[in-house]
Design a binder for this molecule. Structure first.
Ligand code: EPZ
Length: 422
């Protein structure tokens, strides 16, 4: 198992290229199931989660070829489709559940293993299955699999009111509705940029979708979809993560490909903490106003609110702030596992249920720590960049799921960081 070793101290200066969005790519890839014609994605990130989705789609009969050193995915699905998504693959990655809607839309039936919980929460699928049920799918949970069948062989349009703006459920229902008979309206839909990116791609394939990016999405079903070529949108979570690097260490970093509209609420909090963000022709330039970071309170919310996927990284920064910050995690029930690891580095954090109170301690101290989930892993690396001494982050396989070339990208701006095999 690999670890990443970081020597703390020293400013960071230079440019960091931001990759295509993992969470966009993971929903764009299953869209290939909706058409017999080729779907090509460019600007795809090179991540282990993308490899997992590739293996899943191939197990269903799709052809997926990676080209241009892994940044282009050429996919097609014209052979007989296997409509059973096996537990062996699905258990590795919750996003595997995004094949449910496309399989139902294409074949009228599907067997998809429940992904099971993960470190950050139980992550049920009730919003997905209730919505598909209103579209005429009969879904039964049996031996750990969702057995789904469209009554009459084809889904029908429906008006669906989401109890919560679920990202995955919005994506599953939107894809299923593109080939349903009639019109589907999703109320309280998720508004994340990844939803808009998926809708853009589906429209290129011939889907009729309006309202993506707002809380009400309307999809007029069509009889078939064509192929398309589509660039994956910039990863706003990787962007926000690397924007924090100069906030920890000082210096100035330009995140290439960064866009303000992807990180609005996050930038507002950076401004309150004393960090300046400037739009340039190439992306977003970030530097802290003074050596002191101010405490700020954070509440995670669905987009356009503060993203839960940047909560761990922000907590790590606030451990070094002047003052006390309160972080409220409202999206997942167990997303503070990075706190005990940061405490090992000298942080002062008290967790009570969904709230964490962080008292700034100025400098953190390097220590051996353990990555517990994807976003926690990168927060420990950021903390190590500014800590005194050496920090060794173990179990970095979590990192490989969502961040490509971390050592290369941070070394290029002056970080003292290396990956070691144990
Ligand atoms: C997506 O997960 C992202 N993953 C997550 O990113 C992200 O944290 C999350 O959206 C919120 O923004 C991908 O896009 C692949 P949800 P998803 O459905 O779709 C509950 C990362 O680090 N819920 O919006 O699973 C659920 O339990 C990952 O890249 C139900 O109760 O998120 C959770 O508490 C982590 N029933 C909340 O809603 C359902 O049917 C948010 O879930 C569905 C969800």
């Amino acid at each position: 198992m690999d670890s990443i070793v970081v020597q703390g101290g020293g400013e960071l200066n230079g440019q960091i290229p931001i990759a295509g969005a993992k969470n966009a790519c993971l929903t764009l890839m299953p869209a290939t199931l909706l058409s017999e014609e080729p779907l090509t994605l460019t600007n795809a990130p090179r991540l282990s989660d993308i490899k997992t989705m590739t293996a899943l789609l191939q197990s269903l009969g799709a052809e997926v070829a990676t080209m241009q050193d892994g940044k282009t995915l050429a996919m097609s699905c014209h052979s007989d489709i296997n409509t059973r998504a096996e537990y062996e693959i699905v258990r590795k990655m919750r996003a595997s559940n995004l094949v449910l809607g496309p399989l139902l839309a294409r074949e009228g039936h599907a067997e998809v293993s429940l992904p099971g919980g993960c470190a950050i929460g139980a992550r049920p699928m009730d919003i997905h299955t209730d919505g598909l049920g209103l579209m005429g799918a009969e879904i039964e949970l049996r031996d750990g699999y969702l057995h789904a069948k469209a009554q009459g062989g084809r889904l029908k349009g429906a008006v669906i009111d989401f109890p919560f703006a679920s990202v995955g459920a919005t994506e599953n229902i939107m894809m299923a509705a593109t080939l349903a008979k009639g019109t589907t309206v999703i109320n309280n839909a998720a508004r994340e940029p990844e939803i808009v990116d998926l809708a853009d791609c589906l429209r290129k394939m011939g889907a009729q979708i309006d309202g993506d990016g707002t809380s009400t999405i309307t999809i007029q079903g069509v009889d078939r979809l064509n192929g398309a070529t589509h660039p994956v949108v910039t990863d706003r979570i990787e962007l926000g993560t690397y924007m924090l690097a100069p906030a920890f260490c000082g210096g100035e970093v330009e995140c290439l490909g960064g866009r303000l509209d992807l990180v609005g609420a996050f930038v507002q909090k950076l401004d309150m903490a004393g960090i300046d963000v400037t739009e340039t022709a190439k992306g977003l330039k970030v530097k802290r106003r003074t050596d002191e970071i101010k405490a700020v309170d954070i509440t995670t919310e669905p987009f356009p609110g503060f993203p839960t996927d940047l909560q761990a990284q922000m907590m790590a920064l606030l451990c070094t702030a002047i003052g006390t910050s309160v972080l409220e995690e409202k999206i997942f029930e167990n997303r503070f596992m990075h706190a005990p690891e940061l405490i090992r580095m000298g942080a002062d954090i008290e967790v009570h249920g969904g709230n964490a109170t962080v008292k700034g301690v100025g400098k953190l101290k390097g220590a051996p720590v353990m990555a517990t989930d994807l976003r926690a892993s990168i927060s420990l690396i950021l903390a190590g960049l500014a800590a005194t001494g050496e920090t060794k982050v173990s179990r970095v396989y979590h990192l490989d799921r969502g961040y490509e070339h971390v050592v290369r990208k941070l070394s290029a701006v002056g970080a003292k960081i290396e990956r070691v095999s144990e």
